[in-house]
Write a protein that binds this ligand. Structure first.
Ligand code: SF4
Length: 421
């Protein structure tokens, strides 16, 4: 990782030490029919792994987590636990602080070089997983666990997808994402860095493999569709996060404008602050109440020093000396919940970097499967598409959710293929 980013991106939540982990584990009530387990999309047996921490069996605790969720380490750092496991902890009912499940999970996961067992006898089933992100990794690991032969095809230099390239540094570092990739590689999963459709033809995969799993995520970010968005100094949020994580000489602007109201917009704004921008402004065309970002992400961003502006629509990015130098906004008002521009309210905000963070486009047209508005249609319990050769999961199926949802999708699809293979 780039040295200066290590200092600027300390852990969002410092890890537990042995003493505090033990104390926290002993607070758990080990509930029967634990609501925290039900709230986890991968159904990690939370009371069981916490009990193992309490009894000093950290390896057993980590294996319990991995039995349900092969990306248990990254999920312990990026899951929105306030709305999942910790949000459903029974401690809320006693007016007590919920058990710090994520920190305990991370405590167990970071203490071992984990290896996962694979059957000695191979199974006559071969699968190509397209995409190197959480859905494909989860699918590949589950298939290997049952003896299938799996190759993951990824078009980026390193596997891991958004976990490696797209998650803000203060949540998950590339080294942790790649550590999980290595664990999955050690199970016998083959990784190939190649673009499907160009370097490798889909027809070749169809003839070579029994099944193909599509885990390609979403495509590039949507454009603003306003004049000036191609100017130097304008960089979309995903490319911004990828660049500062991978380029040692990446330069942040002094006054940065982020456009959008989702969690990625918040991640980009927080990162801009940490990278040294003097002023970071986030503009959203609806109101604070309608912002899609999780409330705890928004609260954190206010603490970081990001300034928020509501009911503001960008109408042009203005140029000076060949670079973005200001954004022209107009006020909006909501008409039946839809923002509309208010005439005569234009104003300009000077800046030297603009980070649009709108939704991501779809990138599924390559595949011979049924889609709905670019989203692949699957049978949810099995991940099977309209084409029995293809299964799918993750963002390209759910439209863009959490890492843990992609992990659950990949695992379900693997089980679907094992049942039909
Ligand atoms: Fe422990 Fe809370 Fe889960 Fe109950 S709901 S098992 S107290 S973490």
């Amino acid at each position: 990782m780039i040295p200066h980013t290590i200092e600027r991106f300390p852990d969002l939540h410092p890890p537990l030490d042995a003493q505090s982990a033990l104390a926290e584990a002993n607070r758990c009530l080990y509930c029967f029919d634990a609501p925290c387990t039900a709230a986890c999309p991968t159904h990690i047996d939370v009371p069981r792994f916490i009990k193992k921490i309490a009894s000093g069996n950290l390896r057993g605790s980590a294996q319990t987590i991995l039995d349900a969720n092969i990306l248990g380490l990254s999920c312990s750092r990026v899951c929105p636990v306030d709305v999942l496991c910790e949000g459903s902890c029974v401690m809320h009912g006693y007016n007590k602080k919920p058990i710090e499940i994520a920190l305990l999970q991370r405590y167990a996961m970071e203490r071992h070089d984990i290896t996962r067992p694979v059957p000695s006898a191979p199974r006559a089933l071969s699968v190509a997983c397209i995409g190197g992100g959480p859905a494909s990794l989860s699918c590949a690991a589950e298939l290997r666990r049952h003896g299938a032969a799996v190759t993951v095809f990824d078009n980026r230099p390193q596997p891991g997808g958004l976990n490696t390239y797209g998650v803000a540094e203060y949540k998950l570092r590339p080294a942790d994402a790649l550590r999980e990739v290595e664990m999955i590689r050690s199970m016998g999963v083959e990784f190939r860095q190649a673009e499907i459709g160009t370097a490798i033809r889909l027809a070749d995969l169809e003839s070579k493999y029994d099944f193909i799993f599509i885990g390609v995520g979403l495509g590039a970010m949507e454009r603003l569709g306003i004049p000036g968005e191609h100017l130097p100094g304008v960089i979309d949020a995903l490319r911004f996060i990828e660049r500062y994580k991978t380029q040692p000489d990446f330069q942040i602007g002094s006054t940065v404008i982020v456009i959008g109201g989702g969690n990625t917009a918040i991640d980009a704004a927080n990162a801009a602050v940490r990278l040294g921008a003097a002023d970071v402004h986030l503009f959203y065309r609806r109101t604070e109440k309608q912002m899609p970002a999780f409330p705890f992400e928004y609260d954190h961003s206010k603490i970081e020093g990001v300034r928020f502006h509501w009911l503001a629509q960008p109408v042009a990015i203005l140029e000076e000396n060949g670079r973005a130098a200001a954004v022209k906004f107009a006020d909006t008002r909501l008409a039946a919940g839809v923002p509309e521009r208010v005439p005569g309210t234009d104003y300009e905000v000077a800046c030297d970097m603009v980070i649009p963070a709108l939704g991501q486009s779809r990138s599924t047209e390559l595949f011979p499967v049924e889609t709905n508005k670019g989203i692949i249609v699957v049978d949810r319990p099995t991940g099977r598409t309209s084409n029995p050769k293809y299964y799918a999961g993750g963002d390209c199926v759910n439209g863009g959710r959490e890492v843990v949802d992609a992990v659950a999708d990949g695992k379900r699809a693997a089980q679907g293929m094992l049942a039909h293979g």
